[in-house]
Design a binder for this molecule. Structure first.
Ligand SMILES: [Zn+2]
Length: 348
């Protein structure tokens, strides 16, 4: 797979102040490299409001500049279009700095843009700042090798029928040399839960074969699971059910089951099992969604749910997603629910 990375130490200064990576700024996942001291041009709403003002801006020579944009939802379509053309660097600047009002959330990109983009908090770059120092090097890998890992506990009665537990074991890695995105909730939590279930089933073999699937490159766009469904080591039709685990570190408010409306009968079974065992406070049904690795399986007709836990937790795709912050309110109970559900599937 191709992937854009930032392995070298990075530095960003605005108006002489060093900005904190991961807290005050993120380099856009698809960004190109940039190094140097650049004058800032703050793009104001009035620059976007009229044809004449935007024309004036567009006619300027910004080739030495970083253009600073303040994100906002533009009601007016024409302003939005002008905003986006700057975002796509149609004004041919050195790069774009986007002041974001939302939380900073990092991702992984499988391509590298032709220009540099930085996202930062509004207070990190002031309207009075005229210069920005940037030292960010992007390294693009055309053919990065990543691996899915899987194992099985052979069934005692029906070894050709499979129950699968899956979880992606990748996260975002590092931004620069020192800014780590630990991914405790996303998805060490699901990976550990899968391993706990593997430990249990290794000691307690079942009538069906139990398969444990650790996917790579989910964050890069469900890459590992897509590959798996395109090159399955066993027939996908032999999977009676797949349970995908992602974001399993909270649970105080229950779980959501993606694909519940797609596999209604199996969802009734799951609800029934929970009603009698009282494992979770609630299970919220949700429709189909391409938001984790279960997606390619349901597209291929394999019955599956993606369950994620609900509860208070303020971290998502940021450096604060750390193990010690996870409440793990239903970590054991979710495993009990899955085991009870699998029992029911094997007996019916
Ligand atoms: Zn995830």
């Amino acid at each position: 797979m191709s992937v854009n990375t930032f392995p070298s130490a990075m530095e960003v200064k605005a108006g002489g102040r060093t900005l904190k990576g991961g807290e005050e700024y993120l380099v856009k996942a698809s960004s190109a490299s940039l190094r140097g001291n650049f004058p800032l041009k703050h793009v104001l709403l009035k620059d976007l409001s009229s044809d004449s003002a935007f024309k004036l801006l567009s006619n300027g020579d910004w080739s030495e500049y970083l253009l600073v944009l303040d994100t906002m939802t533009y009601e007016e379509d024409r302003i939005d279009r002008r905003y986006k053309s700057i975002l796509h660097n149609k004004l041919r600047a050195q790069g774009i700095v986007v002041k974001s009002k939302r939380r900073l959330i990092w991702t992984v990109a499988r391509d590298q843009a032709a220009f540099f983009t930085l996202e930062c908090l509004p207070e990190a770059v002031l309207i009075t700042d005229t210069l920005m120092w940037v030292d960010i090097r992007a390294k693009f890998h055309k053919q990065f090798k990543a691996k899915n890992v899987w194992g099985q506990v052979r069934g005692t009665l029906y070894p050709d029928s499979f129950l699968v537990v899956s979880a992606h074991y990748d996260h975002l890695g590092k931004m620069g040399k020192s800014i780590m995105f630990p991914g405790a909730n996303d998805n060490a939590s699901g990976t550990v839960m899968m391993l706990e279930l593997a430990r249990y089933y290794a000691r307690n073999p079942q009538p069906f074969t139990l398969v444990f699937l650790a996917f790579t490159a989910e964050e890069a766009g469900l890459v590992g699971s897509k590959y798996f469904t395109e090159h399955p080591p066993f027939p996908l039709q032999s999977i009676r059910f797949l349970m995908n685990l992602d974001l399993e570190g909270t649970g105080k408010d229950g779980i959501t089951a993606v694909n519940a409306t797609l596999f209604e009968k199996d969802f009734q079974t799951l609800q029934g099992v929970n009603d009698s065992g009282k494992y979770m406070v609630k299970i919220v049904p949700r429709g189909k969604a391409a938001n984790s690795d279960h997606y390619w399986f349901s597209e291929a007709g394999v019955p599956c749910f993606f369950i994620y836990q609900m509860g208070e937790y303020g971290h998502y795709h940021d450096p604060g997603d750390q193990a010690e912050k996870l409440p793990l309110d239903a970590f054991i109970e979710t495993q009990s629910l899955i085991r009870a559900f699998f029992n029911r599937l094997q007996s019916g």
